[in-house]
Design a protein around this ligand. Structure first.
Ligand code: EAX
Length: 323
């Protein structure tokens, strides 16, 4: 066989092996089902990455807390044993303290306000605090405004919530705020929540409509109060280890994919908010719409004084003043 033919043959063989071996599978995890808002956002992210890298990167999705609670998954991303987590900010403040300010109850007026802050200088600046902690924040996605559910009684004003044992995220900003409502906050990882509600270990919990819907909490909770007491942002977090292996073009693909994921996840939250409450009523939940929001805001005053000391009252006002 002529040398040239041999070399061409070897070139093809090498090319074949290099292409076959160049595909990298990214492990991405999140708390709720594939059909949920996190699943919609994660699927858009994965599709965009696979398309934008011509298949050199593709995802393996782990929905429904298959890789553990959010805190556990953030740790795994930080250690580089998991590539990506699509997570609420709930436990994130334990890794990047600058995130905690956005968890303050009643900080955001509505979705427009919240999304404007996250997509503007304040929200983007928070993303820049992650790399020094071994995590790349690719972009904001969204969990939604949180409402209270419980198995005991209607909650219209804080005194109705007083004494209830409510599961919270592992988030001190939330817990300090909820204590002013008289709630007994019980921090717990999300995967344990359904069982705890079923066994009555806790009386209630608080989560956005998309989570209450996709996690079928109507099976274990019969009162839903539309408190909207916290806006729960979410983030696509990538391991710095994975990021370090990307070329500049692929980094841009990942960032663009995260933006599209955020848009899709927010749309799913909107859709769930529009149809979810009627759905939950159909599933047997009693929905309390006439929540006395001002009473909850008034009760929060002592916590706001402390938030002001911790985060700077002027920083809180900057967020509140965004129009
Ligand atoms: O991010 O833990 C929680 O209540 C979160 O809202 C849930 O895991 C979705």
């Amino acid at each position: 066989m002529k040398l040239s033919k041999l070399l061409i043959g070897m070139g093809f063989a090498l090319g074949f092996f290099s292409t076959a071996h160049s595909q990298t599978v990214l492990k991405i995890g999140y708390a709720t089902t594939k059909e949920s808002h996190y699943g919609v956002g994660s699927t858009v992210f994965c599709d965009e990455v696979e398309k934008g890298t011509q298949g050199r990167y593709k995802c393996q999705q782990f929905p429904s807390s298959a890789l553990g609670g959010e805190r556990e998954q953030i740790e795994a991303v930080q250690l580089g044993v998991q590539d990506i987590v699509n997570t609420s900010t709930g436990p994130v403040g334990n890794f990047v303290p600058e995130v905690k300010i956005v968890d303050i109850p009643f900080l955001f007026r509505d979705y427009d306000h919240a999304r404007k802050v996250m997509d503007g200088p304040i929200g983007q600046d928070i993303l820049s605090k992650f790399p020094s902690k071994g995590i790349i924040a690719l972009g904001w996605t969204e969990n939604g405004f949180r409402h209270m559910t419980n198995s005991k009684r209607d909650i219209v004003k804080p005194s109705d919530a007083a004494g209830l044992k409510m599961r919270t995220m592992e988030n001190k900003v939330h817990m300090d705020g909820y204590r002013t409502f008289g709630i007994l906050p019980t921090p717990m990882a999300f995967p344990e929540l359904f069982g705890a509600l079923q066994q009555g270990t806790v009386d209630g919990q608080e989560n956005p409509i998309p989570v209450i819907l996709s996690s079928k909490f109507s099976q274990v909770q019969n009162h839903l109060s539309l408190t909207g007491h916290v806006y729960s942002p979410a983030l696509l977090l990538l391991s710095a280890k994975t990021w370090g292996k990307l070329n500049d073009a692929d980094k841009k693909v990942f960032l663009d994919a995260a933006k599209k994921a955020g848009v899709a996840q927010r749309k799913k939250v909107n859709d769930d908010e529009n149809t979810g409450i009627a759905q939950l009523e159909k599933e047997g939940m009693k929905v309390i719409r006439n929540v006395d929001g001002q009473a909850f805001r008034d009760a929060l005053r002592p916590a706001y004084a402390n938030y002001g000391k911790e985060f700077g009252a002027e920083n809180i006002k900057k967020i509140q003043d965004i129009r």
